[in-house]
Ligand binder design. Structure first.
Ligand code: THU
Length: 140
């Protein structure tokens, strides 16, 4: 929906302001719309040890899931570059865990007027999911 898209874009842009990025100085913001109608924002949170860094998208997902949400409608993502920010592979995999529906929308927000739309299948074709696990043959 157009109103969802604009509200998510604005929320992601605002969330970017709260990024904790003393190392990369590269801010990312995300806004995740749950099926409940609630929007969860996220920013990237870096760490002196580097690897514990959490991306904006995963911050939003982990906030939402830890509040009991498991179904999602859309996510907006925006970064500090004057370009579209494509989510990293780890965040795509986290999205695939919860957003297998063909209706789930991924909005890449360059600015409020330039927004690209993707589906999960476009952003992570052939995602590894629980159905692959179920096909697995486990040793006795
Ligand atoms: N980053 C995100 O927050 N999301 C992405 O999808 C790509 C990368 C963050 C992680 C790190 O804080 C900074 O951007 C530079 O990699």
């Amino acid at each position: 929906m157009e109103t969802d898209k604009m509200e998510l874009a604005k929320t992601a842009i605002a969330a970017k302001e709260r990024a904790y990025v003393p190392y990369s100085h590269f801010r990312v913001g995300a806004a995740l719309l749950a099926a409940s109608g609630k929007i969860y924002s996220g920013c990237n949170i870096e760490n002196a040890a580097f690897t514990p860094t959490n991306c904006a998208e995963r911050t939003a997902f982990f906030k939402a899931v830890s509040e009991g949400e498991k179904e999602f409608t859309a996510i907006a993502i925006t970064g500090d570059a004057d370009d579209y920010l494509y989510p990293c592979g780890v965040c795509r995999q986290v999205m695939a865990e919860f957003c297998s529906s063909k209706d789930f929308k991924i909005y890449l927000v360059k600015n409020e007027k330039e927004i690209r739309e993707f589906t999960m299948d476009e952003i992570l074709p052939g995602a590894f999911t629980v159905t692959d696990l179920e096909k697995g043959q486990r040793p006795e």
